[in-house]
Design a protein around this ligand. Structure first.
Ligand SMILES: *[C@@H]1O[C@H](CO)[C@@H](O)[C@H](O)[C@H]1NC(C)=O
Ligand SMILES: *[C@@H]1O[C@H](CO)[C@@H](O)[C@H](O)[C@H]1NC(C)=O
Ligand SMILES: *[C@@H]1O[C@H](CO)[C@@H](O)[C@H](O)[C@H]1NC(C)=O
Ligand SMILES: *[C@@H]1O[C@H](CO)[C@@H](O)[C@H](O)[C@H]1NC(C)=O
Ligand SMILES: *[C@@H]1O[C@H](CO)[C@@H](O)[C@H](O)[C@H]1NC(C)=O
Length: 260
């Protein structure tokens, strides 16, 4: 009985004597940014026994490892080649934070930080979430005799929440298309509002909650008078120019014939 308590006491002492601390909530990293994976442990000023291993939790791929007082990258997954950095000056302070450059969709997921030194061994898992800010929406307006199409195009990740609102803030119905880029890390989005009304005041809104991004763009189209009468003015002008030209040509031909 006494032995059991003693064993439990030793185990508990061992368990809390060495701990590895990583962020408990998922960390957002945007496309192309350098991710900073924080991992702290109880320091030992003598790093000759220090072993640090960063791995993907899902498939144990090696992201980065350190022992014998240097980076050991022979077993590093090719996905992380030349992208990781461990700050050696921080190791004696108990900081095993790793940076991963040029973050992409494939890098999203869980990372395991395992540390062992003379004081013990411990591990922690942290999660990285990927998102891409939506680019500035590109506006195009297409006018037809029957209707007007207002279109916005943009790229980002993941799929956003889109709304088209009328002047009183009411929801308008719209058409939308999504396409995924070759690496899957961006969505190309085309959102369209079609109306028969040649004058309008509408608002396009886009929300990307993962990236804490919100966009709002107003489109106001107004026109004076009647489109048909304007078209006839243009047609009439063209007709006048045509008539003037042909009269000129006829006169010239007539004069030329007379001179012969
Ligand atoms: C660090 O530890 C190693 C092995 O445990 C030992 O050989 C070395 O002398 C130590 N260095 C210092 C500066 O204490
Ligand atoms: C590693 O990355 C650096 C820039 O971060 C670059 O200059 C160098 O050429 C890369 N090395 C290889 C082998 O790709
Ligand atoms: C740990 O090291 C990283 C990379 O050098 C640094 O950005 C971070 O501030 C350090 N953390 C602490 C708690 O010192
Ligand atoms: C358009 O509608 C908004 C309300 O959604 C209003 O504040 C704004 O004044 C309107 N603009 C015009 C030119 O009508
Ligand atoms: C418009 O639709 C969105 C969902 O698409 C909804 O959250 C919002 O409450 C609606 N707004 C109005 C004014 O109906």
């Amino acid at each position: 009985m006494l032995w059991c308590f003693l064993l439990l006491w030793i185990l508990l002492r061992c368990a809390d004597s060495f701990s590895v601390t990583v962020p408990s909530s998922p960390v957002l990293v945007v496309r192309g940014a350098t991710a900073s994976l924080s991992c702290e442990f109880e320091p030992d000023s003598n790093i000759s026994n220090l072993v640090i291993t960063w791995q993907r939790e899902e498939d144990t791929r090696v992201v980065h490892s350190f022992y014998y007082q240097k980076d050991q990258l022979e077993r590093q997954s090719s996905d992380y080649f030349n992208r990781t950095k461990l700050n050696h000056n921080e190791l004696a302070k108990g900081n095993a934070s790793l940076s991963i450059a040029n973050f992409g969709l494939k890098d999203a997921g869980k990372y395991l930080c395992t540390v062992s030194n003379t004081k013990g061994t411990g591990k922690g898992v942290l999660e990285l979430v990927y998102a891409a800010f939506f680019s500035e929406p590109r506006l195009s307006i297409h006018l037809k005799s029957s209707d007007v199409t207002v279109q916005y195009e943009m790229e980002g990740y993941p799929r956003p929440e889109v709304m088209w609102l009328g002047p009183e803030g009411q929801n308008l119905s719209y058409l939308q298309e999504f396409t995924s880029t070759s690496d899957g890390g961006l969505y190309y989005l085309k959102s369209r509002y079609v109306t028969q009304n040649p004058a309008f005041n509408i608002t396009f809104t886009l929300k990307n909650p993962t990236a804490h991004q919100e966009l709002q763009r107003h489109v106001i189209l107004s026109y004076d008078g009647n489109i048909n009468s304007r078209t006839s003015v243009v047609a009439l002008s063209i007709l006048c120019i045509f008539l003037m030209c042909s009269t000129g040509l006829l006169l010239w031909l007539y004069c030329r014939d007379k001179q012969r």
